[in-house]
Design a protein around this ligand. Structure first.
Ligand SMILES: *[C@@H]1O[C@H](CO)[C@@H](O)[C@H](O)[C@H]1NC(C)=O
Ligand SMILES: *[C@@H]1O[C@H](CO)[C@@H](O)[C@H](O)[C@H]1NC(C)=O
Ligand SMILES: *[C@@H]1O[C@H](CO)[C@@H](O)[C@H](O)[C@H]1NC(C)=O
Ligand SMILES: *[C@@H]1O[C@H](CO)[C@@H](O)[C@H](O)[C@H]1NC(C)=O
Ligand SMILES: *[C@@H]1O[C@H](CO)[C@@H](O)[C@H](O)[C@H]1NC(C)=O
Ligand SMILES: *[C@@H]1O[C@H](CO)[C@@H](O)[C@H](O)[C@H]1NC(C)=O
Ligand SMILES: *[C@@H]1O[C@H](CO)[C@@H](O)[C@H](O)[C@H]1NC(C)=O
Length: 503
């Protein structure tokens, strides 16, 4: 039974002016995560926080759905406003549950060069409930970005399809263009349902794109992807070892990589306040109050007035910031005031673009006339059923199974900051095999890196917020290339394997 700080009180106690600012300026993906944690640690939360274990999940619904989707019909000839490109793009639906009428939307871009020999990379955004098409594809690692006119696209020169064939999946049903015809599904989703559906999607997508069946497969993502990714990886390994009714599908999973991930509730929260204090956002007294009086553990009884005072002080001081990149301008500032090379109003352009009927038509999306508009983070998904308090046991299993596991951290993120991730990694109790060293790109420090037993690699990306590829696109591409090649990041300025001008 979870009895933690009643964070919900914050929302009744904080003056509404702070909340209004936060809402107007906040990035949707991260707002969603914040609100989710608020409800998760509520005293009377109904969310099941027990560990994820595929052996205890009923996979009987998984089936080859044999839906009518055909690869060639899903080829996207050209998106409205798109510059000319040579690689192929696809978009469409894969049924994940026939009886419910539940279908997942995917957007797939082949690699710029050698798609036949490049690996397959699945990208998953977090939330829970946020869109991998809106964030991942259109703001982070996809080939295009949306201009401020919300009508034309420009090339992202650091798109990850310079390194892999990249598959973006809107998950679970109720996110973006993914839907269910059984409305009750929107009220019964959670981590376990997402893992089952994600796996079901993959098996069926591979039936449609069989040339990828034996391809090296990797999963990448960020934020609440820290749950989805190891859970899906564990589900894949489980089925690879227990081939069954689903045509004995073996998925050639080689590794997972995730950025600023939610890993372990207690350390995620503790590290967040430590980051605020070490970055001069809150006072030492406020941090001391929080560390002393707040119990973020699953079994604790953390509710105390002193704890709440500390949290309120922290909210007061951070509410007008974009805590997902503490140094970035917010969308209401004048465009000339951009400190970062990323337009803080991008969410708005993407929202407008993806809601245009001709864009949806080109994407083969919303073919069933979904009765609500496309949102970057779902407004229709109801109560989340289950969200384990920790994925540490999963990470241990995956490392032990020989999977390549990398964790990266944009060092300007205040929501799931580097301090949280370091505390969480400590829980794995792995000895380090290299010292903490800077890594380099084009003669500049790109971040810091350390390798642990089992080859777990932890890496920071200097100058990046929560959405690392948005803020540091060339460092992010450099990182993913090294991950996919199983190569250490260069800790000497001379050893650069792939320079930024060579992609
Ligand atoms: C959902 O319902 C629509 C309208 O009846 C139908 O066209 C569509 O095929 C259904 N989706 C699935 C996945 O069965
Ligand atoms: C992307 O690369 C092209 C070709 O090298 C170049 O013309 C363009 O300016 C680059 N765009 C950005 C935003 O850097
Ligand atoms: C997968 O299994 C189904 C029956 O379970 C069968 O109809 C179908 O042909 C199989 N597909 C492949 C590619 O083997
Ligand atoms: C789907 O299309 C309908 C009708 O054109 C539109 O009202 C709705 O907003 C769209 N939904 C999504 C998720 O794009
Ligand atoms: C980790 O390092 C400590 C101290 O060097 C050593 O005692 C311990 O055996 C190491 N653990 C493993 C699993 O190698
Ligand atoms: C770690 O990487 C090294 C060098 O690439 C390799 O020899 C070793 O087998 C790997 N260990 C594990 C546990 O994967
Ligand atoms: C790096 O390159 C410079 C000159 O290009 C050389 O003087 C230096 O010794 C090199 N350092 C290492 C660590 O190889």
């Amino acid at each position: 039974m979870r009895q933690k700080i009643a964070m919900i009180l914050i929302f009744t106690l904080v003056p509404t002016s702070f909340l209004t600012i936060a809402e107007k300026n906040g990035k949707k993906q991260t707002e969603t995560l914040h609100n989710f944690y608020t409800s998760k640690v509520r005293e009377n939360s109904k969310i099941d926080t027990s560990d994820f274990n595929p052996a205890s999940i009923d996979f009987s619904e998984i089936e080859i759905t044999a839906d009518k989707g055909k690869k060639e019909n899903e080829r996207i000839k050209r998106l409205p406003g798109q510059p000319k490109v040579e690689f192929k793009q696809y978009g469409g639906y894969v049924t994940v549950d026939r009886s419910a009428g539940r279908a997942y939307y995917y957007y797939f871009v082949e690699a710029h060069h050698s798609p036949r020999s490049s690996p397959l990379l699945l990208w998953l955004n977090g939330g829970p409930g946020c869109s991998s098409l809106g964030f991942g594809a259109m703001e982070e690692v996809g080939p295009f970005r949306v201009h401020s006119d919300a009508r034309t696209l420009y090339l992202n020169n650091f798109s990850w399809n310079h390194a892999a064939n990249v598959l973006f999946l809107e998950s679970p049903a109720g996110v973006g263009f993914s839907y269910s015809n059984r409305s009750a599904d929107l009220k019964s989703t959670g981590d376990r349902r997402s893992a089952v559906d994600n796996y079901n999607f993959l098996v069926n997508w591979l039936e449609r794109f069989p040339e990828y069946k034996d391809r090296d497969f990797y999963i990448a993502g960020e934020s609440y992807g820290g749950h989805y990714i190891p859970q899906l990886a564990q589900t894949i390994l489980y089925h690879n070892q227990n081939p069954n009714h689903i045509n004995n599908t073996i998925i050639n999973l080689k590794g997972i990589i995730f950025g600023n991930p939610t890993i372990n509730d207690e350390t995620d929260l503790k590290g967040m306040y430590e980051y605020y204090e070490s970055h001069a956002l809150i006072s030492r007294q406020t941090l001391d109050r929080i560390l002393r009086y707040c119990d973020f553990t699953d079994s604790g009884n953390g509710l105390s007035t002193q704890c709440l005072i500390g949290i309120l002080e922290s909210e007061r001081n951070t509410a007008a910031l974009d805590v997902y990149n503490i140094y970035a301008p917010t969308c209401n500032t004048s465009p000339t005031n951009q400190a970062m090379n990323f337009d803080p109003c991008t969410d708005q352009y993407v929202h407008a673009y993806l809601n245009r009927p001709e864009v949806q038509q080109a994407l083969h999306a919303n073919i069933t006339k979904i009765p609500y508009d496309w949102q970057a983070c779902s407004k229709v998904i109801g109560e989340w059923q289950d969200s384990p308090a920790t994925v540490i046991p999963l990470l241990k299993d995956l490392i032990a199974a020989g999977l390549r596991v990398w964790i990266y951290s944009g060092d300007l993120d205040g929501r799931v900051p580097v301090t949280s991730t370091k505390l969480s990694i400590n829980l794995l109790k792995l000895n380090q095999t290299t010292p903490w060293l800077p890594w380099y790109l084009d003669g500049q420090v790109g971040g810091y890196t350390q390798i642990y037993e089992g080859n777990l690699t932890f890496t920071t990306v200097r100058g990046a917020g929560h959405e690392v590829p948005s803020y540091q696109p060339s460092r992010a591409l450099f990182l993913i290339k090294h991950f996919l090649h199983g190569k250490h990041l260069p800790t000497s300025t001379n050893l650069t394997l792939f320079s930024s001008s060579h992609y």
